[in-house]
Write a protein that binds this ligand. Structure first.
Ligand SMILES: [Fe+2]
Length: 188
């Protein structure tokens, strides 16, 4: 881990996450809900540990960090974004818990538990292949968050998803910049 993103305190506060260069410089709302709601929890579990999810993003970008080590700036970007996705996992996990459902790494869509699986990660081969998959992952995440924002009638959760979307849009821009530098031929 590079020096500037190591936090020496016991835990990382929301303010410290905002200071990471790959997060948008805007405050995060505290996780809060109007009242418990298992249906809303089941929607958020898809964002938390479904196939298009924070769990998948964390692990995909971390694998890309490990394998793109020859390209220092790209590796740093992947690592930083992976850490922000882990903060999103924390915010969603706390919200799911407040909605009355244990935040295990599984979805409960149609009441059927499906546990997160490492095959959800797009491992990839070369830089351009990995970056295209990362760009596609951010676009899918934004789309899924927008859909869930419409289905969830709780202003606290809507506000949290709005803030997470801002980070995903920022990540999309950062991955697109990296693609423009290393892969001028890919369409983003
Ligand atoms: Fe995220």
């Amino acid at each position: 881990m590079s020096e500037d993103i190591i936090n020496k305190g016991v835990s990382t506060t929301a303010e410290e996450h905002v200071k990471r260069w790959c997060a948008l410089a805007a405050p995060y709302p505290e996780p809060q809900v109007l009242r418990p709601n298992p249906y809303y929890a089941s929607l958020l579990l898809e964002d938390y540990a479904g196939s298009v999810s924070e769990m998948t993003a964390i692990n995909q970008y971390f694998y890309h960090y490990l394998t793109l080590y020859q390209y220092h700036d790209l590796a740093e970007l992947q690592e930083c974004v992976s850490i922000i996705e882990m903060y999103h996992l924390e915010l969603l996990g706390e919200t799911i818990r407040m909605l009355g459902v244990p935040p295990e790494y599984r979805t409960l869509t149609n009441n059927k538990p499906v546990y997160w699986n490492a095959s959800y990660v797009y491992y990839g081969y070369g830089i351009c292949d990995k970056l295209s998959a990362d760009i596609a992952a951010e676009k899918s995440a934004i789309q899924q968050y927008r859909l869930h924002q419409q289905l969830i009638d709780d202003p606290y959760i809507k506000a949290l998803l709005e803030r997470i979307i801002l980070d995903e849009q920022h990540h999309l821009a950062l991955f697109s910049q990296a693609a423009a530098k290393y892969c001028p031929n890919i369409k983003v």
